[in-house]
Design a protein around this ligand. Structure first.
Ligand code: ADP
Ligand code: MG
Length: 290
């Protein structure tokens, strides 16, 4: 199932983040479109082998809520991760999500996280740009932290500060499931509001100042802005954003929340309709004026 780098033809730059650059790529041998994330990683060959070995865990992750992993390889000092391509991109681009879309998205994300947690994998980077969607209405997680070696190597090449980091992480505590649950709550609240909930209005703030506020301040009360939504959603988000990790929601608490259990089966069609009409509107707005 290996991938020969000479059989990969990059078609399009999809985006780049703190750790790497993602391309839409043609895998000539398997005749399929895939996504390839490229990370500059200057590590000795023994370390390269250990990183590749650790990605074996990814190959065994099979869930409708997790993107499929195909292969990992080094090409010189570039580490390439080949995964399923999601044709509607990440949830970051859509801004505020209507409740009819946020509901199935929440279910998929929580089920995806529970799948990982059951395998003792922490995600470590829950945020909207790591939730991918496609025009069939699937919602899947990507970029979770499987490889310890990889994490350490990446950490050396950039300063990892994240606005989604749980308070106990800022103290330097051990990473546990509850830290993912904080990030989840923050991300869902952001999707419901259409803006990052912990930013000061109008102010541009240093990452350090934001971290200090996450540790010291109360989480703002958004109940008024969420009053149009199912009350179980507010309850879900509030239970994730409890600062003391021992009082925060547990995985089973998330799965039992009414906002999460109420609509079964998952309404993928609503996600599909939302993303396709978003792209149609976007196309319409860039039509040349004749
Ligand atoms: P970040 O997650 O911080 O934005 P990444 O380098 O992980 O940075 O990803 C950059 C962008 O590439 C993402 O925001 C997403 O839009 C896109 N992307 C990543 N993986 C895929 C994929 N498998 N299919 C389609 N688009 C992807
Ligand atoms: Mg990402």
């Amino acid at each position: 199932a290996g991938i020969d780098p000479s059989a990969l033809k990059n078609l399009l730059l999809l985006g780049s983040g703190q750790s790497g650059t993602v391309y839409k790529t043609l895998d000539v041998v398997h005749d399929r479109i895939i996504a390839v994330k490229c990370m500059s990683l200057d590590v000795p060959s023994e370390k390269q082998s250990r990183i590749i070995a650790e990605t074996e865990v990814l190959r065994k992750c099979r869930s409708p809520f997790i993107i499929d992993f195909y292969a990992a390889l080094f090409v010189d000092n570039q580490f390439l991760m080949c995964t399923e391509y999601m044709d509607a991109g990440s949830l970051e681009q859509f801004g505020r999500l209507p409740e009819s879309v946020l509901q199935p998205v929440s279910v998929c994300v929580i089920r995806g996280l529970c799948y990982l947690w059951n395998r003792r994998i922490m995600h470590r980077d829950v945020k909207a740009s790591n939730i991918l969607v496609n025009t069939a209405g699937a919602v899947k997680m990507c970029d979770f932290g499987v490889s310890k070696e990889l994490q350490d190597s990446i950490a050396k090449s950039y300063v990892g500060t994240s606005a989604y980091m749980a308070p106990e992480r800022i103290y330097g505590g051990e990473y546990r499931i509850h830290s993912d649950i904080w990030s989840l709550g923050l991300m869902l609240l952001e999707m419901a509001l259409g803006f990052f909930p912990l930013s000061l209005p109008g102010a541009s703030e240093s990452p350090v100042a934001l971290m200090q506020r996450i540790v010291n301040d109360q989480v703002p009360d958004f109940r008024d802005q969420l009053s149009h939504m199912h009350p179980a959603f507010t309850q879900l988000v509030q239970s994730c954003l409890i600062k003391d990790p021992s009082l925060r929601a547990s995985p089973s608490g998330l799965l039992e929340n009414v906002f999460v259990v109420e609509h079964d089966p998952i309404e993928h069609a609503r996600v599909a309709l939302f993303v396709t009409s978003f792209y149609k509107d976007q196309q319409a707005s860039v039509q040349p004026q004749s």
